[in-house]
Design a binder for this molecule. Structure first.
Ligand code: ARG
Length: 463
């Protein structure tokens, strides 16, 4: 019998049951649902709405249900529709009449709002750890590559020399913003909705703050209509997730590109690569490709939620049951991606020699020659013109700038002296860029220490 059968004269069609049920995907919130029910029952007893004896029986029943579920001794049914009514049905079956009192002053609308928040909060805490682990991996790699010279690119054309540590710390910054976004999302999620009822609260004298405290929320929601119809927190999570995946995807793209024969900047470890079923020679960076690919599905999850919510009148609408699969998919995808990314990166072999050689070609020190002329008194725009002509000459004569004899340099500008050669030395070009935020090894070393301090601080944030 349905928990809501009173008003009905005929049973649901089996098609209705199947179409309506969410148990296939919301069962994963069973432990949050039980925790919420235990807090609710405790509060009902504290307020004298149910007796202490009833409360004890309900809580004991719920705890046993949890144990039995985890031991695989209970089976969810489609007839009971969703996780909330499945558990309530188990409870009534287990403890009888008293079980029917649990749902006093509560609706599935505030119950599901609570469960999703609790579930997402637990997952956010896990994701936070994974994100920090990836950041630590970046920092340890950066420490190894302060002197690893490589070309920096714009338009995917060689631009100016940098070092690998600087490049890695760029990703550290991106993930740092992601971490802040995640924490921010958690802050706004951390409001306790029980007591909002179906939409209009309840006439029972509830102690919402007691429930809030029991469940570790920082606040109670302030408006019953908003509380049951708000899924902003899920959308915010998916926004965080989309941006973070976009970062991982860009990183993946670079690792894929860098593992090509043409670049040869990196070799992914065998343990984190795969082969081809036909081409015996192949070693493919599949994991990075999959992270790049999965980014699209997380964007899809965000779009699902935004579209789902855009025309819903207040308050709860059944459409909102559709929030879970998208949210859970985003959660699972983000977790899987982070779990694989850190060891994939940690075990990658960066090929310093190849990077260094690549930094020597492509006139990555051309800006430095212009800067040299500025230091000798030329206006930058004129220096730019002079160096442009020198580069053109080099291209036509298959040379790099530092190979030109002094007399040749002086044809382009009489300001050039013999110190130009040390000035154009590629590692020297990197070392000179000591501006805060720049790639000079000593500057990056300082940035690394700051990054380590910041991450330590972020790690210590107590909840
Ligand atoms: N399974 C539902 C969901 O996920 C629970 C809330 C149902 N409320 C209702 N009035 N039908 O949204």
């Amino acid at each position: 019998m349905k928990l809501w059968s009173g008003r009905f004269t005929r049973e649901s069609d089996r098609l209705t049951e199947d179409f309506n049920a969410s148990i296939a995907f919301d069962s994963r919130m069973y432990s949050q649902d039980i925790a919420g029910s235990i807090a609710h029952a405790s509060m009902l007893a504290k307020q004298g709405i149910i007796s202490d004896a009833d409360k004890e029986l309900i809580i004991k029943g719920l705890q046993e249900i949890k144990t039995e579920l985890e031991a695989g001794q209970l089976e969810f049914t489609v007839e009971a529709e969703d996780v909330h009514m499945n558990i309530e049905t188990f409870l009534i079956r287990k403890i009888g009449e008293v079980g029917k009192k649990l749902h006093t002053a509560r609706s599935r609308n505030d119950q599901v709002a609570l469960d999703v928040r609790l579930y997402l909060r637990d997952e956010i805490d896990e994701i936070r750890e994974l994100l920090i682990k990836l950041q630590e991996t970046l920092l340890s790699l950066a420490a190894d590559h302060l002197e690893t010279i490589m070309p920096g690119y714009t338009h995917l054309q060689k631009a100016q020399p940098i070092n690998l540590a600087h490049h890695l710390l760029a990703y550290f910054e991106m993930l740092g913003r992601d971490l802040e976004r995640l924490d921010d999302c958690r802050k706004r999620l951390n409001y306790m909705p029980l007591g909002s009822g179906a939409l209009a609260g309840t006439g029972f004298n509830l102690d919402r703050d007691f429930v809030r405290e029991q469940l570790g929320f920082t606040h109670i929601t302030r408006n019953s209509l908003d509380a049951v119809s708000d899924r902003d927190f899920a959308i915010e999570f998916c926004s965080f997730a989309s941006i973070m995946m976009m970062h991982l995807s860009r990183f993946s793209e670079e690792l894929i590109l860098w593992s090509t024969e043409e670049f040869s900047f990196v070799e992914m470890d065998d343990a984190f690569s795969t082969g081809s079923s036909i081409m015996p020679q192949k070693k493919n960076p599949d994991l990075a490709e999959l992270v790049r690919g999965k980014t699209g599905r997380v964007y899809g999850d965000l779009m699902t939620l935004l579209t789902l919510m855009k025309s819903l009148p207040l308050a709860y609408n059944k459409d909102m049951q559709e929030d879970k699969e998208a949210l859970f998919d985003a959660l699972d995808t983000v977790k899987k991606s982070l779990i694989v990314f850190a060891p994939m990166l940690q075990t990658a072999r960066f090929r310093k020699e190849k990077m260094a050689v690549a930094a020597l070609g492509g006139f990555t020190n051309a800006t430095d020659l212009a800067d040299y002329l500025v230091n000798k008194g030329l206006a930058f725009r004129d220096a730019h013109e002079v160096v442009g002509r020198a580069v053109l000459f080099c291209i036509e004569n298959k040379k790099v700038l530092e190979e030109l004899p002094l007399e040749k340099f002086q044809e382009f500008s009489p300001l050039v002296e013999s110190d130009v050669f040390t000035y154009l030395d590629v590692p020297a070009c990197v070392a000179r860029r000591r501006v805060p935020g720049g790639p000079a090894p000593e500057t990056v070393a300082k940035a690394l220490v700051e990054a380590q301090d910041n991450l330590r601080r972020m790690k210590d944030v107590s909840r």
